[in-house]
Write a new protein. Structure first.
Length: 264
């Protein structure tokens, strides 16, 4: 039988967290400055990182139940935890997961209590998968040869059905973020019924450096089948589903905002 995914509350930190605060999109975000939680990046790069994405978060995250797929070291989760009702977040890389846990532990108890952080990937089936474990924002799931196995870990993958059964608060989900370094090609179709039933706002990052143009177009077509409105990250321009280039953005790919109503 598959073991349950590791939760942040089960992690024991080796040192007492030393909180440091940085302002991001109107929110004071607290992170861990002493350990391996990416403190230098938070201090030097976080303020300017993904500014357009955080304008989306400012509009749609407050007071919502959030499903954050691809937590990394916590730059979105820590922000969401300050304004959302609750955040269920997944991060498969053990290095990034531990860093995210350390950063979360630097926060007040009421902030920590609003986050359920799992060391897991979202997938179309419950299983164990191979996942790179550099701890950076480009860790991803794929099949590795024996020569590539150095630095690769076995990670728990779970389905949306597993998450719904384990964390009933997701029945009230209002916002879903997917940033999975190319695995959106599997995640988006696996969420189809969940999205149609719960009707959250969805924000998906596309990764043309990892996926072929045909694979990305398949993801976009899936989004078109589910949502009546697709938008560019500016929240004003309808998303061009027939575009020839899906590059751009601060991560090298286009973001798609998916809503159930027309945005004013």
């Amino acid at each position: 039988a598959l073991q349950k995914p590791r939760l942040c509350v089960s992690m024991r930190l080796s040192v007492q967290p030393l909180p440091q605060m940085v302002s991001k999109a109107g929110v004071d975000v607290t992170y861990e400055q002493a350990g391996g939680g990416g403190a230098a990046w938070f201090w030097q790069g976080y303020r300017e990182w993904e500014q357009a994405s955080f304008q989306v978060f400012e509009r749609f995250v407050p007071q919502q139940v959030v499903l954050d797929i691809g937590a990394w070291i916590g730059p979105t989760v820590l922000w969401e935890a300050k304004v959302a009702k609750h955040v269920v977040a997944l991060e498969p890389s053990i290095k990034a997961f531990r860093a995210c846990c350390a950063n979360l532990a630097a926060n007040e108890d009421d902030v920590q209590s609003r986050v359920t952080l799992l060391n897991a990937a979202l997938d179309g089936q419950d299983r164990m998968v191979q996942y790179s474990n550099k701890g950076d924002s480009e860790d991803r799931m794929q099949a590795y040869s024996e020569k590539q196995r150095a630095g690769v870990v076995d990670a728990r993958a779970v389905t949306i059905e597993y998450l719904r059964a384990s964390y009933p608060i997701l029945e009230k989900v209002g916002f879903v973020k997917v940033d999975a370094e190319g695995y959106e090609r599997v995640i988006v179709p696996s969420l189809r019924q969940f999205l149609r039933e719960k009707r959250p706002v969805l924000f998906v990052s596309l990764h043309p450096a990892v996926l072929s143009k045909e694979q990305i177009k398949a993801v976009v077509q899936e989004l078109k089948l589910v949502f009546p409105f697709l938008w560019e990250v500016d929240m004003m321009t309808p998303f061009d589903t027939e575009r020839s280039d899906f590059g751009g953005g601060s991560h090298g790919g286009t973001d798609v905002l998916c809503t159930w109503t027309r945005l004013a």
